[in-house]
Design a protein around this ligand. Structure first.
Ligand code: SAM
Length: 296
């Protein structure tokens, strides 16, 4: 059957970038995991499912990577608006059931595997696309690793929309001066312009999560396009130091890594007090400081 042959227990190449034997890891570690551990809160509200898919601005020639399709609440809605959907589901039982249910829809491929090992460029190439659109009602317990994994591959993404805990949505979209502004904000805004598209209440899911949720849309736009991947990684390490202890000012955070004189000289050059906190400084300033302190 077409659905079974696509699924058939094989580990597609797109999943083997960081985990050469994803199936082995999967079979050993996850098959016995109980469902609540996989962050399974299914979108059952027809109203919200429609509102979400309508907000995505999908194009008829898009390839969509769906993260954690679960029981397929969104999968067919996505496929109706795109050319192809590849949906990666970690739960073997759910993946198998969904592949069986959707076997007649030739636009959809259900892949059993861990999205944290997905290679987005390989996925696009394998489907003869240049880039993909990422959508996911995320398993909240791994929101941060998923964001890191996706944003590291930002060049392979045309657009992205993720349903996350509302508190995370506020951190992703925060502006300097807000208490939500921190490392996650910088990570997201280094690669994209994120904005809250829709707030989603617990009652839209089954079982309902204990927290409020929000859909965040990301317009992919690298802030410093001339930087290499290595520089971006290096910058994010620097940002981690800046925000290491949010209650401390920038000087006290930075002096765990840099000399007193180097910090003073860098701040003097910009005419800004090192007693400010990192959360007060916009991304452009953090980048200038990084270039001054780290690159010299
Ligand atoms: N998309 C479905 C919906 O909206 O009803 C399910 C969303 S549920 C919040 C998250 C889904 O992600 C679950 O089906 C869960 O099994 C799956 N999942 C959890 N960890 C995953 C991982 N590392 N890779 C892929 N899927 C994962």
């Amino acid at each position: 059957m077409p659905g079974e042959s696509r699924f058939a227990g094989r580990v597609p190449r797109i999943l083997s970038k960081r985990c050469p034997d994803a199936r082995l890891r999967y079979n050993r570690g996850v098959a016995r995991t109980r469902r609540p551990k996989l962050g399974q809160h299914f979108l059952t509200s027809e109203n919200y499912r429609q509102r979400i898919v309508e907000s995505l601005s999908l194009r008829a020639d898009d390839l969509v990577l769906e993260i954690g399709p679960g029981r397929g609440a969104m999968t067919e809605l996505l496929a109706a608006r795109a050319r192809r959907v590849v949906a990666v589901e970690l739960d073997a039982e759910l993946a198998q059931q969904l592949a069986e249910n959707l076997k007649d829809n030739t636009k959809i491929e259900i892949v059993r595997g861990d999205v944290l090992t997905a290679d987005l460029s390989a996925l696009s190439r394998r489907n003869r696309f240049e880039r993909c659109v990422v959508f996911g009602n995320l398993p909240y317990y791994i929101t941060s690793p998923i964001l890191h994994h996706l944003l590291e591959q930002a060049g392979a993404i045309r657009a992205m929309a993720l349903l996350v805990q509302r508190e995370v949505a506020e951190r992703l979209t925060a502006q300097p001066g807000s208490r939500d502004y921190g490392y996650l904000t910088v990570l997201a805004q280094l690669h994209a312009e994120p904005r809250i598209v829709l707030k989603v209440p617990p009652g839209a899911f089954s079982p309902p999560p204990k927290v409020q949720s929000a859909l965040v849309g990301f317009t992919m736009r690298p802030k410093f396009p001339a930087w290499s991947a290595h520089e971006r990684e290096h910058f994010l390490d620097f940002v981690k130091v800046c925000f290491a202890q949010k209650r401390k000012n920038l000087f006290n955070n930075l002096r765990t890594t840099y000399s007193h004189d180097a910090i003073e000289a860098a701040f003097d050059a910009f005419g800004i007090s090192p007693r400010k906190r990192a959360e007060e400084l916009h991304l452009g300033f953090l980048a200038s400081l990084f270039e001054r302190l780290v690159s010299v």
